[in-house]
Design a protein around this ligand. Structure first.
Ligand code: NAD
Length: 362
Protein backbone atom coordinates (compact mmCIF):
# COMPACT_ATOMS: atom_id res chain seq x y z
CA UNK A 1 0.00 0.00 0.00
CA UNK A 2 2.77 2.41 0.99
CA UNK A 3 4.64 2.21 -2.29
CA UNK A 4 1.56 3.21 -4.25
CA UNK A 5 0.98 6.36 -2.27
CA UNK A 6 1.74 9.66 -3.89
CA UNK A 7 1.08 13.28 -3.22
CA UNK A 8 -2.16 14.66 -4.60
CA UNK A 9 -2.25 16.43 -7.92
CA UNK A 10 -2.20 19.98 -6.60
CA UNK A 11 0.84 19.23 -4.45
CA UNK A 12 3.15 17.32 -6.77
CA UNK A 13 6.03 19.60 -5.97
CA UNK A 14 5.39 19.48 -2.23
CA UNK A 15 8.50 17.52 -1.37
CA UNK A 16 10.68 19.65 -3.58
CA UNK A 17 9.17 22.91 -2.40
CA UNK A 18 9.71 22.01 1.23
CA UNK A 19 13.38 22.60 0.63
CA UNK A 20 12.93 25.61 -1.63
CA UNK A 21 14.10 29.08 -0.52
CA UNK A 22 11.38 31.46 0.64
CA UNK A 23 12.36 33.93 -2.08
CA UNK A 24 10.65 31.56 -4.49
CA UNK A 25 7.40 33.07 -3.26
CA UNK A 26 8.45 36.69 -3.68
CA UNK A 27 6.51 36.87 -6.93
CA UNK A 28 3.33 38.66 -8.03
CA UNK A 29 1.25 35.48 -7.66
CA UNK A 30 1.74 35.78 -3.90
CA UNK A 31 -0.57 38.79 -3.90
CA UNK A 32 -3.42 36.39 -4.54
CA UNK A 33 -2.47 34.28 -1.54
CA UNK A 34 -3.97 35.18 1.81
CA UNK A 35 -1.41 36.07 4.48
CA UNK A 36 -1.23 33.89 7.57
CA UNK A 37 0.39 34.87 10.88
CA UNK A 38 1.35 32.03 13.22
CA UNK A 39 0.92 32.77 16.92
CA UNK A 40 3.43 30.68 18.92
CA UNK A 41 6.53 29.28 17.22
CA UNK A 42 6.78 25.99 19.12
CA UNK A 43 6.96 22.42 17.91
CA UNK A 44 3.84 22.30 15.74
CA UNK A 45 4.49 25.65 14.02
CA UNK A 46 8.15 24.82 13.44
CA UNK A 47 7.75 21.20 12.41
CA UNK A 48 4.47 21.22 10.50
CA UNK A 49 2.65 24.52 9.91
CA UNK A 50 5.64 26.60 8.79
CA UNK A 51 6.86 23.99 6.29
CA UNK A 52 3.27 23.45 5.10
CA UNK A 53 2.99 27.18 4.39
CA UNK A 54 5.87 26.78 1.93
CA UNK A 55 3.73 24.52 -0.24
CA UNK A 56 0.27 26.05 0.17
CA UNK A 57 -1.41 27.42 -2.95
CA UNK A 58 -3.97 29.80 -1.43
CA UNK A 59 -2.06 31.23 1.53
CA UNK A 60 1.49 31.99 2.67
CA UNK A 61 3.25 32.88 5.89
CA UNK A 62 3.11 36.67 6.22
CA UNK A 63 3.96 37.24 9.90
CA UNK A 64 4.46 35.74 13.33
CA UNK A 65 3.54 36.45 16.93
CA UNK A 66 6.20 35.21 19.33
CA UNK A 67 7.72 35.78 22.76
CA UNK A 68 11.18 35.87 21.19
CA UNK A 69 11.85 38.73 18.76
CA UNK A 70 15.12 37.06 17.65
CA UNK A 71 13.22 33.92 16.71
CA UNK A 72 10.62 36.00 14.88
CA UNK A 73 13.31 37.82 12.89
CA UNK A 74 14.85 34.47 11.90
CA UNK A 75 11.43 33.32 10.64
CA UNK A 76 11.05 36.62 8.72
CA UNK A 77 14.35 35.92 6.94
CA UNK A 78 13.50 32.27 6.28
CA UNK A 79 9.98 32.93 4.99
CA UNK A 80 10.59 36.27 3.30
CA UNK A 81 8.21 38.58 5.19
CA UNK A 82 9.15 42.02 6.60
CA UNK A 83 10.55 42.47 10.11
CA UNK A 84 7.60 44.79 10.79
CA UNK A 85 5.39 41.66 10.65
CA UNK A 86 7.02 40.18 13.75
CA UNK A 87 4.78 40.79 16.76
CA UNK A 88 4.83 39.99 20.49
CA UNK A 89 1.83 38.52 22.34
CA UNK A 90 1.30 41.94 23.92
CA UNK A 91 1.34 43.78 20.58
CA UNK A 92 -1.25 41.64 18.78
CA UNK A 93 -3.63 44.63 18.60
CA UNK A 94 -1.23 46.15 16.04
CA UNK A 95 -2.08 43.32 13.62
CA UNK A 96 -5.09 45.49 12.77
CA UNK A 97 -2.76 47.80 10.81
CA UNK A 98 -1.12 45.02 8.79
CA UNK A 99 -2.84 44.53 5.46
CA UNK A 100 -0.55 41.62 4.53
CA UNK A 101 -2.13 39.46 7.23
CA UNK A 102 -5.60 38.04 6.67
CA UNK A 103 -5.59 34.96 8.92
CA UNK A 104 -4.16 34.50 12.41
CA UNK A 105 -3.37 30.89 13.33
CA UNK A 106 -3.26 30.37 17.12
CA UNK A 107 -0.74 27.64 18.01
CA UNK A 108 -0.13 28.31 21.70
CA UNK A 109 -1.15 26.06 24.64
CA UNK A 110 -4.97 25.69 24.91
CA UNK A 111 -5.19 27.81 28.07
CA UNK A 112 -4.08 30.76 25.92
CA UNK A 113 -6.25 30.04 22.86
CA UNK A 114 -9.14 32.24 24.02
CA UNK A 115 -6.96 35.29 24.73
CA UNK A 116 -5.02 34.96 21.47
CA UNK A 117 -8.04 34.14 19.27
CA UNK A 118 -10.03 37.03 20.72
CA UNK A 119 -7.08 39.41 20.21
CA UNK A 120 -6.87 38.26 16.58
CA UNK A 121 -10.60 38.74 16.02
CA UNK A 122 -10.49 42.20 17.58
CA UNK A 123 -7.70 43.06 15.14
CA UNK A 124 -10.15 42.14 12.35
CA UNK A 125 -8.36 38.93 11.29
CA UNK A 126 -9.88 35.56 10.43
CA UNK A 127 -8.87 32.93 12.97
CA UNK A 128 -7.66 29.36 12.91
CA UNK A 129 -7.45 28.04 16.46
CA UNK A 130 -5.56 24.86 17.24
CA UNK A 131 -7.20 21.94 19.03
CA UNK A 132 -8.52 21.71 21.66
CA UNK A 133 -10.33 24.98 20.96
CA UNK A 134 -9.99 26.13 24.58
CA UNK A 135 -9.92 24.84 28.16
CA UNK A 136 -13.67 25.21 28.70
CA UNK A 137 -16.95 25.62 26.81
CA UNK A 138 -17.24 29.09 28.33
CA UNK A 139 -13.95 30.07 26.70
CA UNK A 140 -15.12 28.58 23.38
CA UNK A 141 -18.25 30.72 23.62
CA UNK A 142 -16.12 33.81 24.21
CA UNK A 143 -14.08 33.06 21.07
CA UNK A 144 -17.21 32.42 19.00
CA UNK A 145 -18.79 35.67 20.25
CA UNK A 146 -15.64 37.71 19.51
CA UNK A 147 -15.40 36.35 15.96
CA UNK A 148 -19.09 36.98 15.35
CA UNK A 149 -18.85 40.52 16.67
CA UNK A 150 -15.79 41.25 14.53
CA UNK A 151 -17.36 39.65 11.45
CA UNK A 152 -14.39 37.29 10.94
CA UNK A 153 -14.32 33.58 10.12
CA UNK A 154 -13.21 30.92 12.61
CA UNK A 155 -11.96 27.40 12.08
CA UNK A 156 -10.22 24.75 14.18
CA UNK A 157 -6.96 22.99 13.28
CA UNK A 158 -8.62 19.61 12.73
CA UNK A 159 -6.17 18.41 10.06
CA UNK A 160 -7.64 14.90 9.76
CA UNK A 161 -10.77 16.27 8.08
CA UNK A 162 -8.48 16.96 5.12
CA UNK A 163 -6.88 13.51 5.00
CA UNK A 164 -8.19 11.10 2.34
CA UNK A 165 -7.91 8.10 4.65
CA UNK A 166 -10.24 9.72 7.17
CA UNK A 167 -12.51 10.76 4.32
CA UNK A 168 -13.18 7.03 3.92
CA UNK A 169 -14.64 6.96 7.44
CA UNK A 170 -16.89 9.90 6.65
CA UNK A 171 -17.86 8.42 3.28
CA UNK A 172 -18.89 5.09 4.79
CA UNK A 173 -20.79 6.96 7.51
CA UNK A 174 -22.58 9.03 4.88
CA UNK A 175 -23.40 6.29 2.38
CA UNK A 176 -24.07 3.63 5.03
CA UNK A 177 -22.84 1.10 2.46
CA UNK A 178 -22.21 -1.38 5.31
CA UNK A 179 -24.93 0.04 7.55
CA UNK A 180 -24.59 2.59 10.35
CA UNK A 181 -21.47 2.30 12.49
CA UNK A 182 -22.78 1.04 15.82
CA UNK A 183 -19.69 -0.21 17.65
CA UNK A 184 -16.58 1.93 17.72
CA UNK A 185 -13.30 1.74 19.60
CA UNK A 186 -10.28 4.00 19.54
CA UNK A 187 -7.18 4.98 21.43
CA UNK A 188 -4.49 7.63 21.13
CA UNK A 189 -1.70 7.64 23.69
CA UNK A 190 2.03 8.15 24.12
CA UNK A 191 4.47 8.09 26.98
CA UNK A 192 5.32 11.59 28.15
CA UNK A 193 8.99 11.57 29.02
CA UNK A 194 9.55 15.10 30.19
CA UNK A 195 7.25 17.49 31.96
CA UNK A 196 5.69 20.27 29.87
CA UNK A 197 2.63 22.51 29.82
CA UNK A 198 0.72 19.42 28.59
CA UNK A 199 0.70 18.16 32.20
CA UNK A 200 -0.50 21.49 33.66
CA UNK A 201 -4.23 22.05 33.93
CA UNK A 202 -4.01 25.84 33.66
CA UNK A 203 -2.33 25.70 30.26
CA UNK A 204 -3.57 22.36 28.89
CA UNK A 205 -7.08 22.33 30.32
CA UNK A 206 -6.55 18.69 31.33
CA UNK A 207 -4.26 15.80 30.51
CA UNK A 208 -4.05 13.48 27.49
CA UNK A 209 -7.82 13.66 26.89
CA UNK A 210 -7.47 17.31 25.83
CA UNK A 211 -4.39 16.69 23.72
CA UNK A 212 -4.81 13.17 22.28
CA UNK A 213 -8.16 11.72 23.35
CA UNK A 214 -9.87 14.54 21.44
CA UNK A 215 -8.83 12.78 18.21
CA UNK A 216 -10.80 9.66 19.20
CA UNK A 217 -13.81 11.79 20.17
CA UNK A 218 -13.57 13.58 16.80
CA UNK A 219 -13.33 10.34 14.85
CA UNK A 220 -16.33 8.82 16.65
CA UNK A 221 -18.39 11.89 15.72
CA UNK A 222 -17.20 11.55 12.10
CA UNK A 223 -18.07 7.84 12.02
CA UNK A 224 -21.47 8.23 13.63
CA UNK A 225 -22.26 11.50 11.88
CA UNK A 226 -23.65 12.77 15.17
CA UNK A 227 -22.84 14.19 18.60
CA UNK A 228 -23.00 11.78 21.54
CA UNK A 229 -25.90 12.29 23.92
CA UNK A 230 -24.19 10.95 27.03
CA UNK A 231 -20.88 9.64 28.33
CA UNK A 232 -19.46 7.46 31.09
CA UNK A 233 -15.78 7.65 32.04
CA UNK A 234 -13.18 6.43 34.48
CA UNK A 235 -9.72 7.75 35.20
CA UNK A 236 -7.14 5.02 35.67
CA UNK A 237 -4.92 5.11 38.77
CA UNK A 238 -1.80 7.23 38.22
CA UNK A 239 1.57 5.52 38.00
CA UNK A 240 3.43 8.84 38.21
CA UNK A 241 1.24 11.05 40.43
CA UNK A 242 4.15 13.45 41.03
CA UNK A 243 4.22 14.12 37.27
CA UNK A 244 0.47 14.54 36.72
CA UNK A 245 -0.44 16.72 39.69
CA UNK A 246 -3.73 18.24 38.55
CA UNK A 247 -4.51 16.34 35.32
CA UNK A 248 -5.31 12.73 34.48
CA UNK A 249 -2.53 10.38 33.37
CA UNK A 250 -4.86 7.85 31.66
CA UNK A 251 -8.62 7.84 31.13
CA UNK A 252 -11.16 5.60 29.40
CA UNK A 253 -14.65 6.55 28.38
CA UNK A 254 -17.75 5.44 26.46
CA UNK A 255 -19.70 7.74 24.18
CA UNK A 256 -23.39 6.95 23.67
CA UNK A 257 -25.19 8.13 20.55
CA UNK A 258 -28.94 8.61 20.14
CA UNK A 259 -29.23 5.73 17.62
CA UNK A 260 -27.69 3.26 20.10
CA UNK A 261 -24.16 3.47 18.67
CA UNK A 262 -21.28 3.62 21.13
CA UNK A 263 -17.56 4.34 21.14
CA UNK A 264 -15.09 3.04 23.72
CA UNK A 265 -12.17 5.49 23.90
CA UNK A 266 -8.86 5.54 25.67
CA UNK A 267 -5.99 7.97 26.08
CA UNK A 268 -2.87 8.12 28.21
CA UNK A 269 0.51 9.76 28.71
CA UNK A 270 1.84 6.44 29.97
CA UNK A 271 1.70 4.04 27.00
CA UNK A 272 1.37 3.96 23.24
CA UNK A 273 -1.84 3.63 21.19
CA UNK A 274 -2.98 4.96 17.85
CA UNK A 275 -6.03 3.23 16.38
CA UNK A 276 -9.71 3.54 15.50
CA UNK A 277 -12.22 0.88 14.45
CA UNK A 278 -15.88 1.22 13.52
CA UNK A 279 -18.19 -1.73 12.91
CA UNK A 280 -21.51 -1.80 11.11
CA UNK A 281 -23.91 -4.67 10.39
CA UNK A 282 -22.34 -5.54 7.04
CA UNK A 283 -18.79 -4.28 7.36
CA UNK A 284 -16.13 -2.31 9.20
CA UNK A 285 -13.26 0.13 8.86
CA UNK A 286 -10.07 0.15 10.87
CA UNK A 287 -7.26 2.75 10.92
CA UNK A 288 -3.94 1.78 12.52
CA UNK A 289 -1.98 3.96 12.95
CA UNK A 290 -4.87 6.36 12.71
CA UNK A 291 -3.87 9.85 13.80
CA UNK A 292 -0.35 10.60 12.52
CA UNK A 293 0.61 13.43 10.17
CA UNK A 294 1.38 10.82 7.53
CA UNK A 295 1.86 7.10 7.09
CA UNK A 296 -1.53 6.13 8.50
CA UNK A 297 -2.92 2.83 7.27
CA UNK A 298 -6.45 1.64 6.90
CA UNK A 299 -8.53 -1.34 5.89
CA UNK A 300 -12.19 -2.15 5.51
CA UNK A 301 -14.06 -5.45 5.21
CA UNK A 302 -13.20 -5.16 1.49
CA UNK A 303 -9.42 -5.04 2.08
CA UNK A 304 -6.60 -2.48 2.49
CA UNK A 305 -7.43 1.14 1.66
CA UNK A 306 -5.28 2.63 -1.09
CA UNK A 307 -5.04 6.39 -0.87
CA UNK A 308 -2.93 9.30 -2.04
CA UNK A 309 -1.12 10.87 0.90
CA UNK A 310 -1.40 14.64 1.34
CA UNK A 311 0.26 17.31 3.45
CA UNK A 312 -2.67 17.51 5.88
CA UNK A 313 -1.76 20.94 7.23
CA UNK A 314 -1.25 22.47 3.76
CA UNK A 315 -4.61 21.18 2.53
CA UNK A 316 -6.31 22.33 5.74
CA UNK A 317 -4.95 25.90 5.51
CA UNK A 318 -5.54 26.11 1.76
CA UNK A 319 -9.13 25.01 2.28
CA UNK A 320 -9.76 27.70 4.89
CA UNK A 321 -8.20 30.37 2.67
CA UNK A 322 -10.42 29.22 -0.21
CA UNK A 323 -13.49 29.25 2.07
CA UNK A 324 -12.74 32.86 3.02
CA UNK A 325 -12.11 33.91 -0.56
CA UNK A 326 -15.14 32.11 -1.98
CA UNK A 327 -17.40 32.82 1.02
CA UNK A 328 -17.99 29.12 1.67
CA UNK A 329 -18.47 27.41 5.04
CA UNK A 330 -15.46 25.60 6.51
CA UNK A 331 -15.89 21.91 7.34
CA UNK A 332 -14.10 22.50 10.68
CA UNK A 333 -15.89 25.52 12.20
CA UNK A 334 -15.54 26.91 15.71
CA UNK A 335 -18.84 25.27 16.61
CA UNK A 336 -17.24 21.87 16.04
CA UNK A 337 -14.37 22.77 18.35
CA UNK A 338 -16.89 23.86 20.98
CA UNK A 339 -18.85 20.62 20.55
CA UNK A 340 -15.75 18.57 21.29
CA UNK A 341 -14.86 20.60 24.38
CA UNK A 342 -18.45 20.05 25.60
CA UNK A 343 -18.03 16.27 25.14
CA UNK A 344 -14.70 16.40 26.97
CA UNK A 345 -16.25 18.39 29.83
CA UNK A 346 -18.89 15.64 30.14
CA UNK A 347 -16.17 12.95 30.17
CA UNK A 348 -14.33 14.74 32.99
CA UNK A 349 -17.60 15.24 34.89
CA UNK A 350 -18.37 11.53 34.64
CA UNK A 351 -14.87 10.51 35.78
CA UNK A 352 -15.11 12.94 38.72
CA UNK A 353 -18.47 11.39 39.66
CA UNK A 354 -17.02 7.86 39.75
CA UNK A 355 -18.27 6.84 36.31
CA UNK A 356 -21.84 8.11 36.55
CA UNK A 357 -23.59 8.60 33.19
CA UNK A 358 -23.45 12.29 32.26
CA UNK A 359 -25.45 13.93 29.48
CA UNK A 360 -23.44 15.95 26.98
CA UNK A 361 -24.36 19.62 27.47
CA UNK A 362 -25.40 21.97 24.70
P1 NAD B 1 4.91 23.82 22.06
O1 NAD B 1 5.10 23.80 23.53
O2 NAD B 1 5.94 23.18 21.20
O3 NAD B 1 4.73 25.33 21.56
C1 NAD B 1 3.90 26.23 22.27
C2 NAD B 1 4.28 27.65 21.88
O4 NAD B 1 3.50 28.54 22.67
C3 NAD B 1 5.76 27.97 22.14
O5 NAD B 1 6.27 28.74 21.09
C4 NAD B 1 5.71 28.79 23.41
O6 NAD B 1 6.79 29.70 23.53
C5 NAD B 1 4.38 29.52 23.24
N1 NAD B 1 3.85 30.02 24.50
C6 NAD B 1 3.39 31.26 24.67
N2 NAD B 1 3.03 31.46 25.95
C7 NAD B 1 3.29 30.31 26.60
C8 NAD B 1 3.14 29.91 27.95
N3 NAD B 1 2.63 30.73 28.87
N4 NAD B 1 3.48 28.66 28.27
C9 NAD B 1 3.96 27.80 27.34
N5 NAD B 1 4.13 28.14 26.04
C10 NAD B 1 3.81 29.39 25.68
O7 NAD B 1 3.48 23.19 21.76
P2 NAD B 1 2.91 22.66 20.37
O8 NAD B 1 3.10 21.20 20.31
O9 NAD B 1 3.41 23.50 19.27
O10 NAD B 1 1.33 22.89 20.59
C11 NAD B 1 0.74 24.18 20.44
C12 NAD B 1 -0.73 24.00 20.09
O11 NAD B 1 -0.82 23.26 18.88
C13 NAD B 1 -1.55 23.23 21.11
O12 NAD B 1 -2.87 23.72 21.14
C14 NAD B 1 -1.56 21.81 20.58
O13 NAD B 1 -2.68 21.04 20.99
C15 NAD B 1 -1.62 22.09 19.10
N6 NAD B 1 -1.06 20.99 18.30
C16 NAD B 1 -1.83 20.48 17.31
C17 NAD B 1 -1.37 19.45 16.54
C18 NAD B 1 -2.23 18.91 15.43
O14 NAD B 1 -1.89 17.88 14.87
N7 NAD B 1 -3.31 19.60 15.06
C19 NAD B 1 -0.10 18.91 16.78
C20 NAD B 1 0.68 19.46 17.79
C21 NAD B 1 0.18 20.51 18.54
Amino acid sequence: MRGRRRFLGQLPAAGALLAAPATLFANPMDKKKLGVALVGLGGYSTGQLGPALKVTQNCRLAGVVTGSREKGLAWARDYGFPETSVYGYDTMARLADNRDIDIVYVVTPPGLHAAHSIAAAKAGKHVICEKPMANTVAECDAILAACKQAGVRLSIGYRLHFDPLHEQVRRMARTREAGAFMKMTGGFAFTMGRKSWRAEKKLAGGGPLMDLGIYVVQEACMASGATPVAVTARERPKKRPEFFLDVEESIEWTLEFADGASCEGFTSYDEGRNDFRAEAKDGWIELRPAFNYGGNRGATHRGPIEYAAVNQQAVQMDDFAACIRDKLPTRVPGEMGRRDVAIIEAIYASAAAGGRRVAVGN
